[in-house]
Write a protein that binds this ligand. Structure first.
Ligand SMILES: [Zn+2]
Length: 118
């Protein structure tokens, strides 16, 4: 028996909305500076990175190759960092990463942001 078309449409819309809301979740990402920075995840813009506590001897490594990693943040996360947040979450609940107090490093900063590296 076929699904009621109305229910099917509703179900498809809900599925799309779930997918969209997942895409909008802000999540830090750990990548090495050598090969996998800056990370590129579609419309999710990572604007700068911070170093994990203990870098370069930290236990945090690139999610793609296993080399020493830094933590990339989007603009919202950079604001949180500047407000004092030092623990960031990745795309799942496996772990969170604690970062140091040395500031956000924003490569190729062309906007003249005075606070770019603070
Ligand atoms: Zn890497």
């Amino acid at each position: 028996m076929a699904l009621d078309p109305e229910i099917e449409v509703k179900w498809k819309i809900e599925k799309e909305q779930t997918r969209d809301s997942l895409r909008e979740v802000k999540l830090a990402l750990c990548r090495c500076l050598e090969k996998h920075s800056p990370p590129n995840r579609g419309k999710h813009d990572y604007i700068g990175y911070v170093k994990p506590l203990g870098f370069p001897q930290s236990a945090v490594v690139c999610g793609r190759c296993g080399a020493q990693g830094v933590v990339w943040l989007d603009d919202d996360e950079v604001n949180l960092y500047r407000k004092g947040q030092r623990i960031f979450s990745g795309p799942n609940a496996f772990t969170k990463i604690k970062v140091d107090d040395n500031g956000v490093i924003i490569p190729n900063n062309q906007q003249g942001d005075k606070n770019a590296n603070t």
